[in-house]
Design a protein around this ligand. Sequence first.
Ligand SMILES: Cc1ncc(COP(=O)(O)O)c(C=O)c1O
Length: 306
Amino acid sequence: MRAYANKMPKLNFYQSTKLFKRAQEVIPSATQTFSKGWTQFVQGATPNFIQRGEGVFVYDVDGNRYTDYMMALGAISMGYAWEPMKKAALRQLDDGLVFTLPHPLEVEVAELLTKTIPCAEMVRFGKNGSDVTSGAIRVARAVTGRDKIAFCGYHGWQDWYIASTVRDLGIPKFNKELIFEFKYNDIDSLKKILEENPNEIAAVIMEPVGLIEPQDNFLAKVRDVATSVGALLIFDEVVSGFRMALGGAQALYGVTPDLSTCGKGMGNGVPISAVVGKREYMEYFDKVFFPSPSVGKPSPWLSVKQ
Ligand SMILES: Cc1ncc(COP(=O)(O)O)c(C=O)c1O
């Protein structure tokens, strides 16, 4: 490790350090999100601020260039400053970004998603992953009349989910009694939750794939078990969507959930997300509260013609 460290070029972080000190005065933890914060990176070996990106490369505020393996925490799939997207964005700026009525692109993109994602018969757009996972959970609760959730993976910053973590300050305690974690590739851990909470689980929500692949038909088993207890199966494809396959992990592994969410893999950095699913469940969005008022139109980049 030391030998490797000795070979690393000595980088200058002068501007980074200066900005970091200023940020500490006006931004709690000097970051807008925990995962980008200084606690997550080796100080002295990584910069604190990125100025710009191009393809797979990013440049810090001191002009050092890096290959970015994390790609904006998974939000960038087509590369930074991707040319067709830049052109589409500029075209859209000429027209205006948000209106009082829906924009035709909402229909066009919704239709495209129903043709692309196996479970998608209807679509609602949001602005980030937490919007749409929370919308899906609200619908599952409305459909089933139940409150409890079984989950596997990370699903955003809202109370219903963060109650399951140790970073639960500020979250009403009752949320903790409503959420139960099962282990990936361990169907018995899910069955146990369902047995201990008979007729109470509204949704089984999970990332269908993460760092490890499903083994031994795990996804199909989850599908069967959720159906057998009358819970909705939600695939959180905020990261895997459009990435593992165009139709997401559900297309790749051939297991169709009731509802599904996508976000990061969808917008190449634009704040856009979607909850999609079977018509009989999606129609509940007529009844539950799920506003997305500033989504004037879903990502113009999605209709990019190359
Ligand atoms: C699988 C998954 N779901 C939901 C979210 C929440 O998305 P956002 O941070 O855009 O609200 C994330 C974010 O990392 C995620 O990885």
